[in-house]
Design a binder for this molecule. Structure first.
Ligand code: COA
Length: 163
């Protein structure tokens, strides 16, 4: 059986924390699809196409990992891709409430569609627990050092945007 996992997010932009989760997921599932989408109600710094490109560059050559974009409901996309699980990262207790709501909503929606989609949570390496895309953008905007937090292509792109 081919066990496909979807790792969804807005990834504006991808950080080493996100990559850490993909690496862990790829060690458990047969394949991982990183699914980039627009966050509901939030404006992004990078357009969708560029967020996909930057994530794609960061995982180039990683076996069984692909990067795509999607619009609409995550459960519909996951069903179309024949995925058995959604993977999400849990950094701290503060992530829990939002994640809990999303997991139960997705379970409800997938049940209504006659499929069963589980959400699997993974903890990133502890050195990434305080990392978020917003913080990285803020530090970059204030000319702080972000090399440690994001892949090189993201570093370059952020510097260009912030100029
Ligand atoms: N390391 C570092 N940072 C991480 C992280 C990790 N392992 N995991 C999450 N984050 C950060 C992100 O950088 C982001 O930070 P920011 O808020 O400062 O930008 C934040 O946590 C959340 O980002 P992300 O993981 O991209 O999730 P999201 O909240 O943007 O994505 C979707 C939510 C896209 C999964 C959800 O909105 C969705 O499924 N949308 C599709 C429509 C749908 O089906 N809606 C119903 C859902 S029930």
């Amino acid at each position: 059986m081919n066990r496909i996992a979807i790792y969804p997010g807005s990834f504006d932009p991808v950080t080493h924390g996100h990559l850490d989760i993909v690496r862990r997921a790829a060690g458990i599932f047969d394949s991982v699809i990183v699914a980039v989408t627009d966050p509901g109600g939030k404006k992004t710094l990078f357009p969708l196409r560029e967020r996909v490109e930057l994530f794609g560059k960061a995982v180039r050559g990683w076996p069984r990992v692909s990067v795509q974009s999607f619009k609409g409901l995550l459960v519909d996309y996951a069903t179309e891709k024949k995925a058995c699980a959604i993977v999400r990262g849990l950094r701290a207790v503060s992530d829990f409430e939002y994640e809990f709501q999303m997991a139960l909503m997705n379970r409800h929606l997938s049940k209504r569609r006659g499929s069963s989609l589980e959400t699997v949570y993974m903890m990133p390496d502890e050195s990434y627990t305080y990392l978020s895309s917003s913080l990285v953008k803020e530090v970059a905007r204030l000319k702080g050092d972000i090399d440690h937090f994001v892949p090189p292509a993201v570093c370059t792109a952020l510097k260009k945007y912030i100029k």
